[in-house]
Design a protein around this ligand. Structure first.
Ligand code: C5P
Length: 229
């Protein structure tokens, strides 16, 4: 079997409040997503990677990987799950059903090879994701007046933050995502699609510095983590 990174990079990143999508912000003088691509393409198991890009993307042409023959380009969708499905479609006729697809947000540039090693060491059917146990006390709240108030404290001992990469069989992931769309089920990550189809993917504990750059303050954090690895 082979391993195929699929990297959704077609989001607009509105929470970042920047003049361009967050994947194209500069980190250590380089596109944020170029760090991610380098970490993926330098991993020995990966020969090529699918990069899912918006049709109206004026930034990609300046990426270090724009002309790289290892990159397979796919068109973005209106939501992340459509982007991932388009990425899978780009592998039609290339990937086999039993090959593993490794979906990773390009907005997570601090991923370390040691986390990939652990993920593939533990990988088993129906697939696995990197995750981190929650460390804060968790509250369920509800809206009240202007703000929110606490309903109750949620038992955190079995709660995890779902990160990426998330690894599933090519055929099974394509089928599960399609099934979710047919059922009107909201897909928040690849694992949620597999769960919807009655399967239980494995949680593999990863590093908490594998952050998804989401808000302006995350940029400095990512820069710090990158400088240490
Ligand atoms: O917005 P969020 O941080 O959840 O996006 C996660 C990843 O999915 C990002 O890498 C983003 O570029 C990608 N994405 C996409 N297509 C969309 C929305 C998000 O490829 N329609």
């Amino acid at each position: 079997v082979r391993y195929w990174p699929v990297l959704p990079a077609a989001g607009v990143g509105s929470r970042m409040k920047a003049d361009r999508p967050k994947q194209y912000l500069s980190l250590q003088g380089r596109y944020l997503m170029d760090h991610t691509l380098e970490r993926m393409l330098s991993y020995p198991l990966f020969e090529r990677a699918v990069v899912v890009l918006s049709d109206e993307d004026p930034y990609w042409s300046a990426s270090e990987f724009a002309g790289d023959s290892r990159v397979i380009r796919a068109p973005g969708g209106s939501e992340r799950c459509y982007s991932v499905l388009n990425g899978l479609a780009a592998l039609e006729g290339v990937a086999q059903d039993e090959d593993w697809v490794v979906v990773h947000d390009v907005a997570r540039p601090c991923l370390r090879h040691s986390d990939l090693d652990q993920l593939f060491h533990e990988l088993q059917d129906p697939g696995a994701i990197l995750a981190v146990p929650t460390r804060d006390t968790m509250k369920r709240g509800h809206h009240s007046g202007e703000g929110s108030v606490i309903d109750h404290t949620v038992d955190r001992t079995q709660l995890w933050h779902a990160l990426t990469p998330q690894v599933f069989r090519y055929g099974q992931l394509q089928q599960a995502l399609t099934q979710c769309l047919d059922d009107g089920f909201e897909v928040t990550d690849e694992a949620s699609a597999i769960e919807h189809c009655g399967q239980s993917p494995l949680l593999v504990e990863g590093r908490s510095d594998n952050i998804k750059v989401t808000r302006p303050e995350d940029l400095a954090l990512a820069e710090f983590f990158l400088s240490r690895s």
